[in-house]
Ligand binder design. Structure first.
Ligand code: CR6
Length: 832
C-alpha cells in the first residue's frame, strides 16, 4: 500500500499503438453486432443515429475492458487518488475522442466506409454533454482527460443533470432559451450503478445528547432523505492505458420517506415529495460568474458533495476499516471553485458525529484533505449563503460552520490581538443585515492549498482577495496556470493541421506538447508557411460552409476570420468588439476606399437568461450584423456572423478556422481564459489585453506575434481610484461618440428607435464599468496593426506558425503535473 509518496516524475505517456491490433474487420463486426443485438435494427434500416449508437457501443466494449483493469489495478495498489469535485463538467462529445485515444479513428473510419457510412456524419449525431457553463466546466473536462492520460488515479464527481446548459436559438436577433435534453434517446457512454446508491439527508433538526464522561453528542434528524444514483462515464486517457471515471449523481426520491408521507398524509403530498427530490439534479444553473442565490442550488451542491464523500469513505473503509489515520494520505479532494465547499463541514460532520472522533483529530484530517481552486475575483461570483437558509436545509452544518469559525477566530486573535476589523473581515460569517456564510473564506480555512488559475490571477488572489490569509498561512496560496487537452483541441478537431505537424516533427506531440516548439525552425520556411496556411484555408472553407448552412450568410474565405467565442459577459467586452465593428462600418461609409483587408467577425456566445444586458448585447450584434451584411456598400469588406448555440462541438469547428482570436477583457477581470489557448494552438493570432493567461501567452509567443492593447491591471486600478468618467472620452473622441449615438437611432432597428440604447447607456450614464471607452482607441490601433500584418502573407504565416509552436506550456498535462507536484502529491499507477 502506498503513502503520500514524494512525486515520481509525472510524464504524459506516449501512445501505445498496440490497440491497433484491433483490426478494421473486428470493428466492423462489432458495429454490426451492436446494430443487430443492442439496437434491434440492421444495416439497411439503420439511420445515422443508429450507426452512431452502434459505433459507440462497439467502442464502449473496449473502454469498459480497460476500465475494469484500471479499477482492479488501483484497488490492488491501494493508490492515493485525487477526487475532483465540480458542479460542472463540460464534456462535449465523446465518440471521436475515445477513438483517437484508442488510436482507432482511422480504422473505424475505414470500417464504416466499407459499411457504406461516413464517420463524419455519424459523429454529428452525438449530442453534446453540456453539463457546464463555460471555462470552469470545460477545464474540469480537460483535467480528467489529462489525469487519465498521465495514468493518475482520479475520479471526477459531479451532478447528473437531466438538462444541461440551455440550447440557444436566435429569433429576430434575440436569444431564446430552449431546454437541452442530451439523454433523450439514451446515452451510450454512461453506466448506472444502482449498487452504489447513497442517501442524502436534508432539513429537520439537531438533537443534543449528553453521553458518558460528559461528551456532547449531536444527532441530526433529517426531515427528508433523497437518494443519489451514480452514473459513471468512463474517461479514456490518450493511449488508452488508464480509464478513470466521472461519477455523476442523479437525485431520486427515497421510497422509505415517501411511504411514510403517503401513509400519514395522502397521495398528493407523496407525489410532491417525489417531484422535489427529482428536481435536485434536473437543471444546471445557467450562470457563469453571476450570483444565483437559490435554495435549490445550495441543495444541489450539498447533494453531490454528500454522495461523493460517502462514496469515497465506503471505498476507503473497504481497505482500511475504521482506521481514519490514513485517510488524508489516500484521499485528496480538489474543490473546483466554492460550489463544493459544503463538503468541508460535511466531512467534519461524518468524522465527529458518526465516527465519533474528537474535533481536533477530525479537523486535522479534514484540513489535510481539501484543496481549493479560485476561478474569479468578481465579487458577484463569490458565493455567500444566508445563515438562515443553511440553518433550515442543513441544521447540523451551520453549527459546525460556527464551530470552525470560532476556533479560527481564536487563531486570528492570537495573530492580531484585539483587531476586530480583521476578525470581521476574515470571519466565515458576514455580519450584514442578513447574516451570510462566506464560502470563499470557508474554503480557504478548510483547505491545505489554495490556487488561482493564471500567474496574474493568483497574484491578485494573494494581494487583493485574501491578503490576510497569505499573512496568516504563508505558502498556502499558490498558482496553477490553466491548460487545455491537445487531444481534443488539436488532434481531434483539426486533423489537417495535426497531419501536417506529424509529418514535420513526428507523432508524439499530443502527449508532449512542448515538442511543438520544433515547428519554430520552419516558421520562416516558404514551403511550410504555404502548407500551414493552406490548412488554415481549408478549415476556413469548412467553417464558411457551416456558417452558410446555419445562418444563410455567405462569407469570403480570403477575408480575415476574426473570432470571439466565450460566454457573454460585460467584462469579456463583446460590446467593445461591436463598437469597433461599427466604427469600421462608419469609416467605410464615409470613405468607400478606406483601406482594410476584408474581415469576417464571428461570434459565439450564450448569455445567462437573467442577465438582461448580456442579452441586449447579443441582440445588438445581430442587428448590426443584419444591416452590414445586407449593405452592398460595405459587405465585400465586412461581414458579421453570430453563430447560434455556441457549445463544445461548435467550438471544435470554429477554432481550426480562426485567423484572429479576440481576448479583450478588462485587465484584471478574466482569471485565466482557456479559449485563448485553444485558438492560439490552432494558429490564430491573439488580439488581447494583458489579462489572465494572455500575459503568459504573450510571454511564450513574444511581442511580435500577438497584438496587445489597452490598460494594464495597474492602469485600470489607477484610473478607477482617480475616478473614471466615460463622458470625458465620449466628448473627446468624435468617432466613438458617433458610434455610440448611432445606437440611439433606429438605423439598425428600423421603426424601433432606442432598441439598442441600453448598450449605450451602460457605457455612459451606467459608468462603463468595464471601461470599454477607455480602451477603445488603443483597441482600434491594434486592429489597424493586425490588418496590415495580415496583408503581409509571409509575416502572418510566420506569426500563425509560431502561435502553434509556442503553446506547449498550455497543455493541461502541464497543469496537472503542477497540481501533482504542488498540491496533490500523487504517483502514477501503471495499468497493464
Ligand atoms: N468563467 C474564469 O472566468 C477561467 C475559468 C477556468 C472562470 C475564466 O477566466 O479560465 O473559470 N471562472 O479557470 C468561473 O467560472 C468562476 C470561468 O469559466
Amino acid at each position: 500500500s502506498s503513502k503520500a509518496t514524494p512525486r515520481k516524475s509525472v510524464k504524459a505517456q506516449t501512445i501505445n499503438t498496440s490497440e491497433a491490433s484491433y483490426s478494421k474487420a473486428d470493428i466492423k463486426q462489432a458495429i454490426v453486432r451492436h446494430l443487430h443485438s443492442t439496437l434491434g435494427t440492421d444495416e439497411n434500416k439503420a439511420d445515422n443515429h443508429a450507426w452512431w449508437k452502434a459505433t459507440s457501443a462497439a467502442m464502449q466494449e473496449l473502454v469498459l475492458e480497460r476500465l475494469r483493469t484500471t479499477q482492479k489495478t488501483h484497488y490492488m495498489n491501494d493508490t492515493r487518488a485525487v477526487h475532483y469535485f465540480s458542479a460542472e463538467f463540460l464534456m462535449g462529445r465523446l465518440l471521436s475522442n475515445n477513438m483517437h485515444n484508442f488510436n482507432l479513428f482511422e480504422t473505424a473510419d475505414a470500417a464504416l466506409k466499407e459499411l457504406g457510412v461516413e464517420l463524419a456524419d455519424v459523429l454529428e449525431e452525438e449530442p453534446d454533454m453540456a453539463l457546464g457553463n463555460g471555462g470552469l466546466g470545460r477545464l474540469a473536462a480537460c483535467f480528467i482527460d489529462s489525469l487519465a492520460t498521465m495514468e493518475l488515479p482520479a475520479i471526477g464527481y459531479g451532478i447528473h443533470y437531466e438538462h444541461g446548459l440551455f440550447r440557444q436559438e436566435i429569433k429576430n436577433g434575440a436569444q431564446i432559451e430552449r431546454p437541452d435534453s442530451w439523454r433523450d434517446y439514451g446515452n451510450p457512454w454512461e453506466i448506472c450503478r444502482p449498487e452504489s446508491i447513497q442517501e442524502v439527508p436534508l432539513f429537520g433538526y439537531v438533537e443534543t445528547k449528553y453521553g458518558e464522561n460528559g461528551r456532547v453528542q449531536k444527532e441530526w434528524h433529517p426531515g427528508n432523505i433523497v437518494k443519489g444514483v451514480p452514473w459513471d462515464i468512463p474517461i479514456v486517457g490518450y493511449g488508452a492505458k488508464t480509464v478513470n471515471v466521472l461519477r455523476l449523481w442523479q437525485s431520486e426520491s427515497s421510497d422509505y420517506f415517501n411511504w411514510d408521507v403517503f401513509n400519514s398524509g395522502g397521495y398528493v403530498d407523496a407525489q410532491r415529495e417525489n417531484i422535489q427530490a427529482e428536481t435536485i439534479s434536473k437543471v444546471l444553473y445557467p450562470n457563469d460568474e453571476t450570483e444565483a442565490g437559490k435554495e435549490l442550488r445550495l441543495i444541489q451542491q450539498y447533494f453531490f458533495c454528500a454522495c461523493s464523500l460517502k462514496d469515497i469513505i465506503r471505498r476507503y473503509k473497504r481497505a482500511h476499516g475504521d482506521d481514519w489515520s490514513r485517510f488524508s494520505e489516500q484521499v485528496v479532494i480538489q474543490l473546483n471553485d466554492t460550489h463544493p465547499a459544503i463538503a468541508i463541514p460535511e466531512l467534519m460532520r461524518i468524522l465527529v458525529d458518526r465516527a465519533e472522533l474528537d474535533w481536533d483529530t477530525a479537523w486535522g484530517i479534514c484540513s489535510k484533505t481539501f484543496a481549493y481552486t479560485n476561478h474569479t475575483l468578481l465579487p458577484e461570483a463569490l458565493e455567500r449563503w444566508p445563515v438562515r437558509m443553511i440553518e433550515k436545509i442543513l441544521p447540523r452544518h451551520i453549527e459546525i460552520i460556527y464551530e470552525i469559525n470560532h476556533r479560527f477566530l481564536t487563531l486570528v486573535e492570537k495573530k492580531w490581538p484585539g483587531d476586530n476589523v480583521m476578525k470581521a473581515k476574515l470571519s466565515i460569517i458576514e455580519e450584514s443585515t442578513e447574516k451570510m456564510v462566506r464560502m470563499g473564506n470557508l474554503s480557504v480555512i478548510g483547505s491545505f492549498a489554495v490556487n488561482g488559475v493564471a500567474e496574474i490571477h493568483s497574484k491578485l488572489v494573494k494581494e487583493n482577495l485574501f491578503p490576510e490569509f497569505e499573512e496568516l498561512w504563508p505558502g498556502k496560496l499558490t498558482n496553477v496556470t490553466n491548460g487545455i487537452t491537445p487531444r481534443r483541441w488539436l488532434k481531434a478537431c483539426n486533423p489537417l493541421l495535426s497531419e501536417l505537424i506529424g509529418k514535420k516533427i513526428g507523432d508524439d506531440w499530443p502527449s508532449d506538447l512542448p515538442r511543438l516548439d520544433k515547428l519554430s525552425e520552419f516558421a520562416d520556411n516558404k514551403t511550410f508557411q504555404n502548407q500551414f496556411m493552406k490548412v488554415k484555408q481549408k478549415n476556413k472553407e469548412a467553417l464558411a460552409a457551416e456558417i452558410k448552412h446555419q445562418t444563410g450568410i455567405s462569407v469570403d474565405t480570403k477575408a480575415i476570420f476574426d473570432i470571439q467565442i466565450k460566454r457573454l459577459h460585460e467584462y469579456k467586452r463583446q460590446h467593445l468588439n461591436l463598437l469597433h465593428i461599427m466604427a469600421l462600418y462608419r469609416r467605410l461609409l464615409e470613405n468607400p476606399d478606406y483601406d482594410m483587408h476584408p474581415r469576417v467577425f464571428i461570434f459565439g456566445a450564450k448569455a445567462a437568461p437573467g442577465y438582461t444586458l448580456a442579452k441586449d448585447i447579443i441582440f445588438a450584434i445581430n442587428k448590426v450584423a443584419d444591416k452590414i451584411n445586407n449593405d452592398p456598400r460595405v459587405n465585400h469588406k465586412i461581414k458579421v456572423v453570430f453563430l447560434p448555440n455556441y457549445r463544445v462541438s461548435l467550438a471544435e469547428k470554429m477554432i481550426p478556422a480562426a485567423d484572429v482570436s479576440q481576448q479583450i477583457s478588462t485587465a484584471g477581470k478574466e482569471a485565466s481564459g482557456t479559449g485563448n489557448m485553444k485558438l492560439a494552438l490552432n494558429g490564430a493570432v491573439t488580439i488581447g489585453t494583458l489579462d489572465g493567461a494572455n500575459i503568459e501567452i504573450a510571454e511564450e509567443v513574444g511581442d511580435d506575434n500577438i497584438f496587445i492593447f489597452g490598460m494594464t491591471v495597474d492602469e485600470v486600478t489607477k484610473l478607477s481610484t482617480k475616478g473614471y468618467n466615460p463622458y470625458d472620452i465620449y466628448y473627446q473622441n468624435k468617432e466613438l461618440k458617433a458610434v455610440l449615438d448611432w445606437l440611439d437611432s433606429d438605423y439598425f432597428t428600423p421603426g424601433q428607435p432606442g432598441a439598442l440604447s441600453s448598450l449605450k447607456n451602460s457605457m455612459l450614464s451606467g459608468g462603463d464599468p468595464y471601461m470599454c471607452l477607455a480602451d477603445f482607441e488603443s483597441y482600434s490601433e491594434a486592429n489597424k496593426a493586425l490588418d496590415s500584418a495580415y496583408r503581409d502573407k509571409p509575416r502572418w504565416a510566420k506569426m500563425a506558425i509560431l502561435n502553434t509552436a509556442k503553446m506547449g506550456k498550455f497543455t493541461s498535462d502541464r497543469s496537472i503535473a503542477d497540481y501533482v507536484e504542488r498540491i496533490w502529491k500523487l504517483t502514477p499507477c501503471e495499468v497493464n
